[in-house]
Design a protein around this ligand. Structure first.
Ligand code: GLU
Length: 310
């Protein structure tokens, strides 16, 4: 697995649910530095598939923030809301292969199925989909289709993928997950008709020829699902580097709920310096351009020339 032979193409893929804050700027800066350190191309993709969560104008505001920080994409920005045809085509391919099926379960159906198996609900633990609507379990049984799910076990069996599925993160090292028992048949198209993040991100990373994904550590546990989908769609698996998270006042990942403030445009150097510190990079130089140059060099030495696992 891996794609290190191809010319480097990286990306930053913000969801426009608000402005960039200290946490999201870390991922933006790290992905930009990694692209520069590899002499590669850096793209920005606006991940606006989850329309109800998007804030109007946040996309252009994020692009302005990035620009103020000297982080400008090398190719035109792509909006996921313009990519529906590609997602529909990918889903159709999965359906044709027998790897996607319609699901008629509501949350309550899923809860009842687990209770019937004597599995209690525990707070903060995700349970895999119980497989109620899987074709080999009898399918929809007359219920209307709501969502589309990936038949994870069938993809793994048909393609002979290893269980658990292992991958190497450039910073976090080797990880492995049994996708079927841990997350199960995940959603590709949601009951509200919106495309699921997992499908959209895999289709777009492939369409844009992304070789390297650098993003926040909170997304690390999505990686094995995305690798299964990459195999199912016959596209390459990029390399991954998940960056450290910035914690909020309550010790959890920084978010609007726990004190994240937007990165201010009038002092981009201070915002970048804070992001650089999280990444273990030296203090800033006099201005944004000089700092970015110095950090690219430091990044190259740390992650490209001598890429031992931290
Ligand atoms: N759009 C996702 C987010 O803002 C990031 C997706 C990714 O980098 O894979 O959390």
């Amino acid at each position: 697995m891996g794609n290190s032979g191809a010319a480097y193409r990286g990306r930053f893929a913000p969801s426009p649910t608000g402005l960039l804050h200290a946490g999201s700027l870390v991922a933006a800066l790290a992905s930009w530095l990694d692209a520069r350190a590899h002499g590669g191309v850096w793209l920005v993709r606006i991940e606006d598939v989850d329309r109800p969560r998007c804030v109007q104008g946040a996309d252009t505001a994020i692009l302005a923030q990035l620009h103020a920080c000297g982080l400008t994409p090398d190719e035109p920005v792509v909006w996921q809301s313009h990519r529906e045809t590609a997602y529909a085509a990918a889903l159709q391919r999965l359906i044709d292969a027998g790897w996607a099926y319609p699901c008629g379960c509501t949350r309550q159906h899923i809860e009842l199925a687990w209770r019937a198996r004597g599995v209690p609900r525990e707070r903060h633990t995700a349970r895999p989909y119980p497989g109620t609507c899987r074709p080999d379990n009898g399918g929809l049984r007359g219920r209307p289709a709501r969502a589309w799910r990936l038949h994870v076990g069938r993809v793994i069996a048909d393609l002979g993928l290893p269980v658990p599925l292992a991958w190497n993160d450039r910073r976090l090292g080797r990880h492995a997950q049994d996708v079927e028992s841990t997350v199960g048949d995940f959603v590709l198209k949601r009951a509200d008709g919106l495309w699921a993040y997992q499908l959209a991100v895999v289709v777009d990373d492939a369409a844009q020829g992304i070789t390297d994904i650098v993003r926040g550590e909170d997304l690390a546990d999505n990686t094995p699902r995305q690798i299964v989908l990459q195999h199912a769609l016959g596209v390459p698996t990029p390399r991954y580097l998940h960056t450290p998270l910035v914690l909020g006042d309550n010790g959890e990942k920084l978010s609007k709920q726990n004190g994240a403030r937007p990165v201010v445009l009038d002092d981009p150097l201070a915002a970048l310096a804070a992001a650089a510190a999280v990444l273990g990079l030296p203090p800033p130089a006099q201005n944004v351009a000089a700092s970015l140059r110095a950090w690219s060099e430091a990044w190259r030495e740390r992650w490209v020339v001598d890429p031992g696992i931290a």
